[in-house]
Design a protein around this ligand. Structure first.
Ligand code: ZN
Length: 221
């Protein structure tokens, strides 16, 4: 168990629950390179640092309800698959920390109500994110029926153990929110549409997401 010192003082927490996710893993093909080109995309690659955490219940002695059943190897797979889903924007994700952490039951109960304040306030919990500029994904046992959520004003997102659809798509959708994207309402084929298997990013979404992604990099480099 990795024990750590507390990190985050995010502000303006407003939860937006997301039921959106895919039923099928979809590989997004990279743009075809020009014959003389050595690059596979017209866009410069953006590599975002990402920390992923399996969240256990600190009071859970028997492996029951509030501890995620995922493992860190699975989180690494998710990070790689998210790069496929975000390929049209040429945004990839570099895991800088993948760890298991413990949180108090109270914080996990609040997360199941889509309230991250207790968790982020560090009440009774200690963990550390190496750089607060990175995106932080937390994989938890239960979010009370939603697949994931990404509180506004944070660089954190949360994914339930048993989403109704693929967890790579849930994670990619939540990161879309962290990169400034809102829900799509008119096209079920889009990544930001709720409750479908859509993976597509529009040109406008790519522009916005890359702008936010570069802002994150400017803060950490
Ligand atoms: Zn959403």
């Amino acid at each position: 168990m990795l024990r750590v010192a507390y990190l985050v003082a995010f502000v303006g927490l407003v939860a937006s629950a997301c039921s959106a996710a895919a039923t099928e893993p979809v590989a997004v093909p990279a743009a075809t390179a020009a014959p003389e080109s050595t690059v596979s995309s017209p866009l410069e690659a953006i590599v975002l640092p990402l920390s992923l955490y399996v969240v256990h219940d600190a009071a859970d002695a028997d492996g029951s309800s509030w501890s995620s059943q995922r493992d860190t190897a699975r989180l690494l797979e998710i990070a790689e698959r998210m790069g496929d889903i975000w390929a049209d924007a040429n945004i990839r994700f570099e895991p800088v920390t993948v760890a298991t952490i413990e949180a108090p039951t109270e914080a996990l109960v609040d997360l199941a109500r889509l309230e991250a304040r207790t968790f982020l306030a560090g009440a009774g919990v200690e963990f550390e994110v190496p750089d607060p500029g990175v995106l932080n994904g937390f994989y938890v046992a239960d979010l009370a029926g939603v697949n994931g959520f990404a509180p506004n004003g944070t660089r954190t997102f949360y994914v339930t153990d048993q989403p109704s659809v693929h967890d790579e798509r849930v994670s990619s959708h939540e990161i879309g929110h962290l990169l400034g994207l809102h829900h799509a309402l008119d096209d079920s084929g889009r990544l930001m549409f709720g409750g479908t298997n859509g993976m597509a990013l529009t040109d406008d979404e790519i522009t916005v997401a890359r702008y936010f992604a570069n802002g994150i990099l400017d803060a950490v480099r």
